[in-house]
Design a binder for this molecule. Sequence first.
Ligand SMILES: C[S@@+](CC[C@H](N)C(=O)[O-])C[C@H]1O[C@@H](n2cnc3c(N)ncnc32)[C@H](O)[C@@H]1O
Length: 426
Amino acid sequence: MCRTGLYVILALDMKYAFILGRNQELSIAELGAIFQSLRSCKNYAIFFDGELPQKPQDFLNRLGGTTEILEIFAENLPQADILNDVEKFLLEQSRAHTGKCAFALNLWPENKKSQVLKFLLTRLKKNLRAKGVSANFMNKNFQNVSPVFASKQGLIGSKTNIGILDVGDGKVTLGATVALQDFEAYSKRDYGKPFRDPAVGMLPPKLAQIMINLANPNEIASAATILDPFCGTGTILMEAMLMGYSVIGSDKDARLIEGARQNIDWLQKTFSKSVPGNTHVKLFQKDARSLTAADAIAKAPVGGKQQNGSLSLAVVTEPFLGPPLSQFPAENFLKKLMDELEKLYLDFFKNLAQWLPKKTAVVFIFPYWKKGSSRQSLASHVVAKIESLGYSKTTFAPLKTTSLLYERPDSVVGREIVRFVKVVRP
Ligand SMILES: C[S@@+](CC[C@H](N)C(=O)[O-])C[C@H]1O[C@@H](n2cnc3c(N)ncnc32)[C@H](O)[C@@H]1O
């Protein structure tokens, strides 16, 4: 990962807050896979002391589950001190960035009915003006500002988008936003790519990023190549390329391989600055149940000979999950589908176990079917069978769980993410 010398010096003794996305478990598990120790965790944010692996915006661009990074400038204050500390901080910023002081305040967790913002915003504007600073707040209707608006108003560069984070016991922590999720880039990758196929199911790019990060937890050997053996339209491969991995994608359907190729070509042109020049891409049509070790080597053989370098690999995939459904299926249909999927998954893992190196991570999605508040899970009885083939399911630290759920409120089919590690050679 790139980082400048200057940035490393400045980053010493830094403290950050990561504002979590809507699916908090996924967001926490993603950060837990990247950082060995997270200081504390609220249901809306995680706090971290130390150096970020990259500049904040570059780092945030690799995280699917965090919406914002704040640099902390005051901690555990009584609420009565907020005005004073924010004013002091904004005065410092206005000296560093000459001209007008446009600022915003945001409450975390968000509270749309609070009168606190109104009081703080008006007092801050008055106090700063009394000190000769041409200050103006950007909040509309005394509510948090939207990330798009904050970034368009230049509040990130000037470090004047301030977060007031409730840390319990009547105390707050204060931070300035240093990075915001790039909504436009995600939307472009999700909806602007040339080949889309709703029938195949479309994995959101943010979920693909989270899965890739989950595949590289600290305690498991880190991978240089991501393999997706059910690659479909190539969502996981594209996100992995943007994160600096070489990629290998295969699918049994030639039409989808052609579509994934179109999407990857488009990505390389549209996001050319973000895809490293040395990224290797290998795409081919094959049934995932018959992949071999040679298939999983990213670089083309040199001079026709097979390279015998080690497979620095992680498998990240969303396999076939059954047909898209608009309502909960009939019992016999579901039973047949579950049997069929179980067989596909077991055959896939059995073949993979023959050549996958020990300690390699496999991040895999299982479908579940929702009816009201009940869930019919496939993972609950297939995971143990997969483990018996030479894998071990792993816990998503700092959580205690071995599976993470992702669902849309109105969908019948949900996704259950499980991470296995290859433990023994058969
Ligand atoms: C749910 S889709 C993957 C979608 C992908 N994550 C995306 O965002 O486009 C599952 C894919 O598995 C492929 N597939 C189904 N059975 C397969 C098999 N036995 N071997 C390889 N690919 C298979 C299908 O053609 C389909 O493209």
